[in-house]
Design a protein around this ligand. Structure first.
Ligand code: BTN
Length: 330
């Protein structure tokens, strides 16, 4: 047996009991080694039933975030295959930055809490322990630096789709890369790039998801009206490891598609299906002057298409865009 995650993956697959003999044959280890791995999983909080003449069965998993718990749910080839879990860090983006040179593409850093979580535009990201997801993914794409922002949209799509799959909630994307439920933010993404003259050394995609906060008091005053958690939106607790793996499983497919075509044409339809502003009035806070129009989706580079009242189409590539009904914008 390579590690506990293989055993966990197998137990999770099996609808009924798997005998100790079968497990030891599958992994090519002794039955004592199987028993030790089962014991170790139980110590981690897994409820595993053992019935003589039948074998083992997984009854329940704790909401632990551990390397084996996440790895046992992965179906990827390289994304998150190098996985580092931390109880406490300054920021997962910073942790990954320190190891970026040696670490392979697809390395994922996940933490239970952050002491200096970072948000976009120099803001912080409140990161209490035990309830949320804070993770950063290292990528080393060979492409023009101006193409890198598209990666953020791929991640937003992976998060929104994973939330829908795991929780059944109606998750949507607020362009370019916030994920919302019921008009409130549940996920933010901070992408940071390291460049050498005109090529990309690496891209670090940091993802923060509000998962199991139970009420508004868990959020600081200034975001109380605009943020929510998956649990608050759906009423039930969500298993964080399952969600981390679901995001990574989806992201790898989207990223491969993007590497193949060089743009977002392969995921554009799926992204637009989840775009919360589709067909609605938006207000674009352009530094050269604000304007309003109707959101008509994105182009192949992920720029927002905004139709003005005279019928002309503008391509918005950066900046704040407010959508009626989202984040309290009336
Ligand atoms: C935003 O402001 O919307 C982006 C927030 C990004 C937060 C995540 S949490 C994991 C990673 N580490 C950080 O310090 N920030 C990102």
């Amino acid at each position: 047996m390579t590690d506990k995650s293989d055993l966990l993956a197998l137990l999770r697959e099996g609808k009924s009991y798997i005998s100790g003999q079968e497990l030891s044959d599958r992994f090519g280890v002794s039955r004592t080694a199987v028993w030790k791995a089962v014991k170790s999983l139980r110590d981690d909080g897994y409820e595993i039933e053992a019935v003589s003449n039948k074998g083992y069965r997984l009854i329940s998993s704790p909401d632990v975030m551990s390397e084996s718990e996440m790895a046992s749910r992965l179906r990827t080839v390289y994304v998150a295959r190098e996985l580092h879990y931390y109880d406490r860090v300054d920021s997962t983006n910073v942790v990954l930055r320190r190891m970026a040179e040696e670490a392979p593409e697809g390395t994922l850093a996940v933490a239970d809490m952050q002491e200096a979580g970072r948000g976009r535009r120099g803001r912080g990201w409140i990161s209490p322990p035990g309830i949320n997801i804070y993770m950063s993914l290292l990528l080393k794409p060979e492409m023009d630096p101006s193409d890198a922002p598209m990666i953020t949209l791929l991640m937003a799509l992976a998060v929104a789709d994973a939330v829908i799959d795991v929780t059944g909630l109606d998750a949507r994307i607020k362009w370019p890369n916030d994920v919302v439920t019921g008009g409130r933010k549940i996920c933010g993404i901070l992408t940071e790039m390291d460049m050498e003259s005109d090529y990309i050394r690496d891209v670090i995609v940091g993802v923060g998801i509000n998962v199991n906060q139970t009420d508004e008091s868990a959020f600081p005053e200034e975001i109380r009206n605009t943020a929510t958690s998956l649990r608050m939106s759906g009423g039930s607790a969500v298993c964080r490891s399952e969600l981390v793996a679901a995001v990574m499983n989806l992201f790898e497919g989207y990223y491969e598609e993007f590497r193949h075509s060089g743009d977002l044409r392969g995921i554009k339809d799926e992204y637009e299906k989840l775009l919360v502003s589709m067909g609605l009035e938006v207000r674009v806070l352009d530094p050269k002057g604000e304007y309003s129009g109707t959101s008509r989706g994105i182009n192949d580079r992920g720029e927002l298409l905004v139709e003005l009242s005279d019928g002309t189409l503008r391509e918005v590539y950066a900046g704040e865009v407010s959508v009626r009904g989202i984040y309290g914008y009336a």
